[in-house]
Ligand binder design. Structure first.
Ligand code: COA
Length: 524
């Protein structure tokens, strides 16, 4: 295969400027991550430890194979919302390995408002179930939650993507033959009771886990009955009288061990090994900090990125000399074959046609696709409209939407306008979507938006906002943290982890079966 020869100059001002910029971005990202992940000064965390309970991340560590990676999703969900009182939205989700088999983990953090659910908690939980469903990965629930965060009930209870959807998806997973195991390590109240009740096997911790539709105070109010939580729905009751749970554990550690034992009894099916042995890239991934452009007027050269994530820096490029603003080609990442589509400037008609052609090839060969998205949009102007750029963009959108092979999207820079769509944005249901800390996502840039609004409304933008405040709004809303907080993606990743994250995603999608690729009508 063809090897990419890197052409960067590490001594250049440009490289050094980028390096400083991206190192600072990574430091800011890592400090935000730490503030959410490790909250040892938090009173609720202290209280939890005093109660002799394990913290949610300790539980996950004990659940997964020692030393194996955990690909965590949306750690910065709810960031900068609710006055930052819902770190990680009170729930940890991700993919890890149990006895070398990939599983999706969904674990409540009861140190965050009793593990209750706000909008982002539900969205994160549903997204993790979707990942389990699409990739046919078993799901493990570590339950410790007070259910719905009651003051917000109007945003949480009755609509399609609200709390009840969790159990709907659990039923669908079950019917699809996807294993689901729950351990009740704390409270599991009201609707939440259906999480263990709808799982294949459920473990409860004695004198700690409880399952009931209504807790003692509500029972007292409703029927006058005086009863303790343990008598009403403790582990002993449910494993000996009601049959709501199946295994009784003495503590968290034993409960987690029982989950691991259950997985030993499953046939090893979904974890596909890499297709071939592989070489490391020829170039150091740390160079990426010097390569990612700090100034969005310049395009980051996608071949320099690929040279640092592809095995042996090998890239078999497709149509290298044609429509060069979209780079397409084949590589392997840690032994997994992929087709890569990477932006290298604005999308023209020709780039959209090349992309469509390449997507068809990947579908026909059953090769997963990686979209490296860094796109300001499609070309505008009379010449391009007359050539029919809209119908060519539509072909690419059609091909992406109807693709049946797995897709992984990484936003490596800008994500603006219809370019977000054609390059497999969130609305196109890629199997995974991650962003680098420098990513920016919005319908268009702030300057363009304020120009458009000013011209359609006459001098005044009509929004009552000065163009300055509109610029500020766009700046804030296009931040990658704004996206991560609202779970428009599966999380921000440090560029230095890109190869590892992509390989884990490729392992996770390996269980997907090929379905027939049938695009809709291409407007010619
Ligand atoms: N809605 C809103 N807030 C809730 C809540 C709920 N369902 N459950 C707990 N909280 C809040 C508490 O008010 C408290 O907030 P504060 O410290 O800011 O005042 C915080 O979460 C921690 O709760 P606390 O009771 O101190 O923690 P705990 O670990 O001792 O107990 C629970 C946790 C979940 C067992 C207990 O709070 C509880 O039983 N909650 C009610 C559960 C319920 O009935 N849910 C039905 C919803 S469908």
């Amino acid at each position: 295969m063809f090897r990419i020869i890197s052409s960067i100059d590490q001594a250049s001002q440009e490289f050094k400027g980028n390096q400083e910029f991206n190192t600072n971005l990574a430091a800011e990202y890592n400090s935000r991550l730490d503030s959410v992940m490790y909250r040892l000064d938090d009173l609720y965390v202290k209280r939890h430890i005093e109660r002799g309970r394990l913290l949610v991340r300790e539980r996950i560590d004990l659940l997964l194979d020692p030393g194996s990676p955990f690909l965590e999703f949306s750690t910065l969900a709810a960031w900068d919302q609710y006055e930052n009182t819902f770190p990680a939205a009170g729930i940890i989700t991700g993919i890890g390995k149990i006895h070398d088999r990939l599983v999706v983990v969904i674990a409540n953090d009861s140190t965050v408002k009793g593990g209750t659910y706000v909008k982002e908690t539900i969205k994160k939980h549903l997204r993790a179930l979707e990942i389990a469903f699409e990739n046919k990965l078993p799901a493990v629930y570590l339950v410790d939650s007070g259910g719905i965060f009651l003051p917000e009930q109007a945003n949480l209870f009755a609509d399609k993507e609200h709390f009840g959807r969790i159990f709907y998806l659990q039923a669908r997973l079950s019917a699809a033959g996807i294993p689901q195991i729950a351990a009740v390590l704390g409270s599991c109240t009201a609707g939440g009771a259906y999480i263990p009740a709808m799982s294949d096997e459920t473990i409860m911790v004695r004198n700690q886990g409880t399952i009931f539709l209504a807790g003692p105070p509500l029972v007292k109010a409703a029927t006058g009955e005086d009863i303790t939580a343990e008598e009403l729905g403790g582990g002993f009751v449910h494993t000996t009288i009601s049959g709501v749970a199946d295994h009784l554990a003495d503590d968290d550690r034993q409960a987690l061990e029982i989950i691991r034992n259950i997985f030993e009894t499953y046939p090893r099916k979904n974890y596909a090994a890499p297709v071939r042995s592989f070489a490391e890239p020829l170039y150091d991934i740390r160079d990426l900090y010097g390569i990612i452009q700090s100034n969005d007027k310049f395009v980051t050269n996608p071949r320099e990125i690929i040279a640092r994530i592809a095995d042996g820096s090998e890239f078999h490029e497709f149509k290298a000399g044609y429509a060069t603003t979209l780079i397409t080609g084949f590589a392997t990442i840690m032994g997994y074959p992929v087709g890569i589509l990477a932006n290298n400037g604005i999308l023209f008609s020709e780039s959209a046609l090349k992309g469509t052609h390449f997507i068809e090839i990947c579908n026909q060969r059953n090769i997963p696709m990686i979209f490296l998205q860094n796109i300001t949009g499609f070309m505008v102007g009379k010449e391009y409209e007359h050539k029919g750029i809209a119908k060519d963009g539509a072909k690419m959108v059609n091909a992406v939407a109807n693709s049946t092979v797995p897709r992984i999207t990484l936003i490596t820079g800008g994500s603006y306008g219809a370019g977000n769509y054609a390059m497999s944005g969130r609305g196109y249901s890629p199997n995974f979507l991650f962003c680098w800390p420098n990513a920016k996502i919005s319908v268009m840039g702030g300057a363009q938006a304020s120009h458009v609004l000013a011209s359609v409304k006459g001098k005044d933008s009509g929004t009552g906002k000065s163009s300055h405040s509109l610029l500020e709004q766009y700046e804030r809303e296009s931040s990658v943290y704004f996206s991560a907080s609202r779970i428009w993606d599966d999380g921000i990743i440090d560029p230095l982890n890109t190869r590892k994250v992509l390989a884990l995603c490729l392992a996770a999608v390996a269980g997907n079966r090929k379905r027939e690729f049938k695009p809709g009508i291409y407007r010619m």
